[in-house]
Ligand binder design. Structure first.
Ligand code: NAP
Length: 253
């Protein structure tokens, strides 16, 4: 039995896309996995697929920006699977618009899911990690943190997550908890498909145009991110903390 067989991971936004791939990968690595998502059907379907493959998983419907819902969900995970010592803050949304057209609701929604959601989830789970003397938090940032036209809200939130990551790494390191961020470039998911639709492009043409600008000449897949999460939540990365790993097929994409 590997050490991770006794460990419990929470992945937010795990109903589809990158979060679903991360949940599958962590289950393969031996973690019991709680899949949290606004979309209950997606979270439960992902958990059932993991269970059918011989893993342990539950799916819960949670809005990560709702403090009470987060606290109840983390308690439910601890009761049903055991104390969660791995947290992947992956839930995310886009509400893209140029600054002069961006509404207050576009701004607040993006801040609430990415920043408030990661704060609430981390605050609720750190208790279990510090009690166990071991933990891993991975936050999903983005290359958009470096600036991206039409994403003043999203790039601000993703840059904010990098400061959050470094601060938690400083606060929690002495408890055996590492905190890192992954900043993906273009990953093929419903989020990027929605962006293609918004700019009026066929998704295949949109991906081809993106790939032409990426040094490795392809767009990323959810498993490209899951592979890096797998490393960051393992024991071999225990001296890596407070880092932002750009996973973008080049230094920036
Ligand atoms: P996605 O396909 O849109 O999946 C995001 C998931 O998060 C959805 O299942 C969504 O649920 C869920 N979610 C949204 N708001 C939530 C909330 N308040 N509480 C709980 N769950 C919520 O996105 P993705 O492409 O996999 O992206 C995953 C993460 O990677 C995001 O943080 C994103 O910003 C980041 N990222 C993605 C890319 C990319 O190219 N795809 C690049 C850089 C960073 P619903 O379906 O119910 O809305």
């Amino acid at each position: 039995m590997t050490e991770s067989a006794s460990r419990v991971a929470i992945v937010t936004g795990a109903g589809r896309g990158i979060g679903a791939a991360v949940a599958r990968r962590l289950a393969r690595d031996g973690f019991a996995v709680a899949l949290l998502d606004l979309d209950e059907a997606g979270a439960k379907a992902g958990a059932e697929a993991i269970t059918a493959d011989g893993g342990r998983a539950i799916g819960l419907s949670v809005d990560v920006s709702d403090a009470d819902a987060v606290d109840s969900a983390v308690s439910a995970v601890a009761e049903q699977l055991g104390p969660p010592t791995v947290l992947v803050n992956n839930a995310g949304i886009t509400r893209d618009n140029l600054l002069f057209k961006m509404s207050e609701s576009d701004w607040d929604s993006v801040m609430n899911v990415h920043l408030r959601g990661s704060f609430l989830m981390s605050r609720a789970t750190q208790k279990h990690m510090t009690e166990q003397g071991w933990g891993r938090i991975v936050n999903l940032s983005s290359t958009s943190a470096l600036g991206n036209r039409g994403q003043a809200n999203y790039s601000t939130a993703k840059a904010g997550l990098q400061g959050f990551t470094k601060t938690l790494a400083i606060e929690l390191g002495k408890f055996g908890v590492t905190v890192n961020a992954i900043a993906p470039g273009f990953i093929e998911t419903e989020m990027t498909a929605a962006t293609a639709e918004r700019v009026g492009m066929n998704f295949d043409d949109f991906k081809a145009a993106a790939a032409a600008e990426i040094p490795v000449r392809r767009v990323g897949q959810p498993d490209d991110i899951a592979n890096v999460v797998s490393f960051l939540v393992g024991d071999e990365s225990s001296f890596v903390s407070g880092q932002v790993v750009y996973v973008a097929g080049g230094p920036k994409a």
